[in-house]
Design a protein around this ligand. Structure first.
Ligand code: SF4
Length: 666
């Protein structure tokens, strides 16, 4: 039997051997037999820290009682029926499979009638979604991992695949052996930067300045692709005039990049025929996250470095099925599948689901749900396979907000989330090994997830949402024989998008066990884009002043990010000694020069203060830009420090720009 790793967007395929031991499948295109320490340890986590019984209580001060699923569903249905749809929200997760997402989205938007159905992918990928939609007209990643094997130059900006996408990094290393050049742009000299041909230690939040300097120079040297621009794009004049009005050395000063390093970057761009730019949270999780994405995608359109083998702007998805959530329509800004809220789409979806309850417009995004709860505007919050109290920014605010919701339901396979103390109902779901369905990795590859353990009486996520739908009286709409039936209904729905680019309807559920299916392979090959004019949109953007710029009271800037052996709240990984032995989970990185100035020694506990909270942890010397600190998100307390600011377009939190000061722990 074969299945897929449930940790990251690479989507490594595993063969399940005797005793549940896992091994990478050599013939599979996502990993070619590769795996990482975290993924291969999944079989050790199957029964670690599990939640196995439905639990219910009246008030959060009370102890939980064990109940049957049905009792819990009845209480949830009653609470939904006793309020209005706009006071109900569903908070989903990139851990859910496509079938789980599909049924949850159908329940929320189709039958409860609330538009407030969003996913934790909002906190990592929303800026890329909006970036692609504003430029290409569709949420579509136009690069595949196999393009790494064909490209000549890979620029990684705000991405650390050596820790976050380990098997992809193995592929990059192999490609380097045949001559691939790698540039890493990051305020920290990460494990990825260590392996780069050129490392550019950019000042945090100044990526647009560097990208503008590069685009400006490419235009000045005639290295843009005039034919491509004329045939397939719009907006060149504004971009050209805007860029040429900027001053290169001012841009480089602002970005903190020396002119020598910049010349090396320009030379690499000039000398290489095929170029990919890959990015992840360093660009996305920012107040200008959408604009960061617009700048990268515009750079590739400007130079015609797109829609050819080995070229393109490559957003690297973090979670195993964040892509699936986007495809199914699990974001609050989408109605269903790839259909936005338009009158025509509304009519199609209403007919498909046979419902008259669809909300008229998009709803609250992930962090906005908590803002709404803080104002006392939510009565029911259903959270599935994720831990918003831990992962949302400005945690004190989030704790106050969630405590004001009269009914919080947590669906989770694990014990010990930070959200659990605020829940009134906790429903066990099934984790990897017990879960079945399909998931989509970071390059549109759809793979079958197979269960190799018996889940007994426990329910898949989709079954939980279907049973809530039935408890609300919608028996027929949620009467599915099995997971395959859900998948096939979802497949039919993907036919509703006009251009039929989301051709998941062509996949075969049985065949997916062994053969992956890559959707949208022909979507952009003719360079006809999904905008009204069918032309890609070039955008001119500039860096805006940031309200959290360091100053006298808060002189340091806090960055956050992932460490290799941690995933999510550590519900699985933090339990495994063998992973913890590799990498500590709690520390703060500080530049040795800053530490010396403040008299801080390596390993010393220091207290970090922001406007939002404090955190004490161990200092670790590292090579990052002076004046910045880095705390990994494996420290569950990190969001006591971060600011609750969100990108105005994508609504993605700005986890990478909080001003802080350091005190020595007493
Ligand atoms: Fe799992 Fe990602 Fe590691 Fe592959 S690279 S084994 S998908 S965590």
């Amino acid at each position: 039997m074969e299945t897929v790793c449930s940790y990251c967007g690479v989507g490594c395929k595993f063969e399940v051997r005797e005793g549940g031991k896992l091994r990478g499948v050599k013939s599979y295109p996502t990993n070619h037999g590769g795996s990482c320490a975290k993924g291969i340890s999944l079989s050790d986590t199957l029964d670690v820290n599990r939640l196995t019984t439905p639990l219910m209580r009246e008030m959060t001060e009370d102890a939980f009682d064990s109940v049957r699923y049905d009792e819990a569903f009845a209480r949830i249905a009653q609470a939904i029926q006793h309020t209005t749809p706009d006071r109900v929200a569903l908070y989903l997760s990139g851990q859910m499979l496509n079938e789980d997402y599909y049924v949850a989205n159908k329940l929320a938007k189709g039958f409860i009638g609330t538009p407030h159905c969003d996913t934790n992918s909002r906190t990592c990928m929303a800026s890329a979604v909006v970036g692609y939609k504003k430029t290409l007209g569709v949420d579509y990643v136009p690069v595949r991992m196999e393009d790494i094997d064909q490209t000549n130059l890979l620029i990684l900006i705000g991405a650390n695949p050596a820790e976050a996408h380990v098997v992809l990094m193995q592929r990059i290393r192999k490609a380097r052996k045949r001559g691939l050049k790698v540039v890493v742009i990051d305020p920290r000299r990460t494990a990825t930067a260590e392996q780069a041909d050129l490392y550019l230690p950019i000042r945090p939040g100044r990526d647009i300045d560097l990208l503008n300097a590069l685009m400006r120079r490419l235009i000045a040297e005639g290295l843009h692709d005039g034919d491509y621009i004329t045939q397939y794009t719009e907006g060149f004049e504004t971009l050209h005039d805007g860029l040429l009005a900027l001053d290169e050395s001012t841009l480089l000063d602002s970005a903190g990049i020396t002119s020598e390093d910049f010349e090396k970057l320009v030379t690499l761009w000039r000398e290489n025929e095929r170029i990919i730019t890959g990015w992840t949270m360093g660009l996305n999780q920012a107040l200008q996250g959408t604009e960061n994405n617009l700048a990268v995608i515009t750079l590739h359109l400007l130079t015609g470095q797109i829609n050819r083998p080995g070229c393109g702007p490559f957003s690297l998805t973090g979670q195993p099925n964040a892509m699936g959530g986007r495809e199914v329509g699990g974001l609050a800004t989408t109605l269903a599948v790839h259909l936005d809220y338009t009158e025509a789409n509304h009519a199609k979806v209403a007919e498909f689901w046979q419902t008259d309850r669809l909300p008229a417009d998009g709803g609250l995004t992930a962090y906005e749900m908590l803002q709404s709860a803080h104002r006392g505007e939510l009565d029911v919050l259903i959270i599935c396979h994720t831990d918003p109290v831990y992962h949302l920014p400005d945690r004190r605010f989030v704790e106050e907000a969630i405590a004001r919701v009269p009914l919080v339901v947590e669906i989770n396979a694990y014990e010990g989330s930070e959200t659990a103390p605020y829940a009134h109902i906790r429903l066990p779901a099934v984790p990897f090994g017990y879960k079945e369905g399909t998931q989509t990795n970071l390059d549109r590859t759809l793979t079958r997830v197979e269960a190799f353990e018996d889940k007994g009486d426990l329910l898949q996520d989709w079954e939980i949402f279907a049973r809530i739908g039935q408890a609300l009286g919608h028996e027929k709409a949620f009467d599915y024989a099995d997971t395959r039936a859900v998948f096939e209904e979802y497949q039919s729905m993907t036919r509703l998008s006009e251009r039929e680019h989301l051709n998941i309807f062509d996949a075969d559920y049985e065949a997916l066990k062994t053969e992956p299916f890559v959707w949208g392979e022909d979507a952009l090959t003719s360079n006809r884009f999904f905008t009204t004019s069918q032309r890609a949109q070039l955008h001119f953007v500039t860096t805006k002043p940031h309200p959290e710029e360091p100053g006298e009271s808060y002189p340091f800037l806090l960055l956050t990010g992932r460490t290799r052996d941690q995933w999510h709240s550590g519900s699985k990984t933090a339990q495994l000694d063998k992973l913890q032995r590799h990498k500590p989970l709690r520390f703060v990185e500080i530049h040795p020069g800053d530490a010396a100035r403040l008299g801080i020694t390596e390993g010393q506990p220091i207290t970090i203060h922001s406007r939002y909270g404090t955190l004490t942890t161990e200092a670790r010397f590292a090579e990052l830009r002076p004046g910045t600190l880095f705390i990994p998100i494996s420290d569950r307390r990190v969001n006591y420090l971060t600011s609750g600011r969100i990108d105005p377009y994508s609504k993605e939190p700005d986890y990478n720009h909080t001003a802080v000061w350091i005190g020595v722990a007493g």
